[in-house]
Design a protein around this ligand. Structure first.
Ligand code: SAM
Length: 287
């Protein structure tokens, strides 16, 4: 791929997005996936794995703020967080902003993604890899959650789509593993695709998560380069109250955490659990 070419995303058949490539910074096949990082005038640096956009400098904050601050501020007393995937470092950056956390573990299957994103997407991790609370484990997330003896308060699955290495992070074995290594009142969240185009992904996750958790739902946000409508984030816990924390409590926790966000705020938190009727209908029909 040379400069002044056009990069086409290959996630969906017959419908997609493209980026003009102003400068290719890196393009190699790692041990697990095809990794490209290029510059685009509209979205800054763009990273894609196996032909699917993973993150861009311009809109990554929406996804990383929502997949981090919603579960952490809903929990209210998290000390240990597990990130599955997250090789670009954006999720780690947002998690590290919560000073009350004592330990942050990230399990990433591809060391190449971590190394290259540190070099070519430095603003994503923004030094978070140096946080003394941070531990990196290079492994398949499903192996880790099935074998670890550690327990966590929040687990964030920041994975690719269920193709290639990401497929194992949408299995019942993975969800059961996450349940076994969550503390009481623990929360599991995961990126679960753009429901208008990947509705089956949401239905399947909903059904599988219900085998392990009492309370399963989704929350949502619109992220421009995860095109096709709202992105759904899977939510699972054994305490339904965690999904319905009142605004005043969220506001107080948000203020106490001292977070200055560009997308997240307590009203967005509450509103993000409102889902379109077509998704609610599909989920109830699939139970
Ligand atoms: N924001 C992106 C999205 O929503 O599609 C995800 C970004 S992040 C780059 C996805 C990460 O998941 C990648 O670093 C990839 O290597 C990692 N990954 C994929 N499959 C994995 C697995 N089975 N275990 C751990 N990490 C995995």
């Amino acid at each position: 791929m040379a400069q002044n070419e056009t990069w086409y995303e290959t996630l969906h058949a017959g419908f997609g997005q493209y980026f003009s490539v102003d400068n290719v910074l890196y393009h190699e096949k790692t041990d697990h996936q095809d990794l490209i990082i290029f510059e685009n005038a509209a979205f800054g640096r763009v990273m894609a794995l196996d032909g699917v956009v993973q993150t861009t400098e311009r809109d990554e904050f929406i996804y990383h703020e929502m997949l981090t601050h919603v579960p952490l501020l809903a929990h209210g007393n998290a000390k240990k967080v597990l990130i599955i995937g997250g090789g670009d470092g954006g999720m780690l950056r947002e998690v590290c902003r919560h000073q009350a956390l004592e330990q942050i573990t990230m399990v990433e299957i591809d060391a190449g993604v971590v190394n290259f994103c540190k070099a070519y997407l430095p603003n994503h991790s923004a030094g978070a890899y140096d946080d003394p609370r941070f531990k990196l484990v290079i492994d398949d997330g499903v192996n880790f959650v099935s074998q670890t003896t550690e327990k966590f308060d929040v687990i964030i699955s920041d994975c690719t789509d269920p193709i290639g290495p990401g497929e194992s992070l949408f299995t019942s074995a993975f969800y059961e593993g996450c349940k076994r290594c969550l503390n009481e009142n623990g929360i599991f969240v995961a990126q679960n695709g753009v429901c208008f185009l990947q509705q089956e992904e949401a239905i399947t996750s909903h059904r599988k998560l219900h085998h392990s958790f009492n309370d399963v739902s989704f929350y949502q946000a619109a992220i421009p380069t995860y095109y096709g409508g709202i992105m759904t984030f899977a939510w699972a816990s054994d305490n339904p109250a965690l999904r319905e924390v009142d605004h005043a409590t969220l506001q107080a926790r948000f203020a106490a955490a001292g977070l200055a966000c560009r997308y997240y705020n307590p009203a967005i938190h509450t509103g993000s659990f409102a889902l379109p009727q077509y998704l609610l209908n599909a989920l109830s029909e699939s139970r």
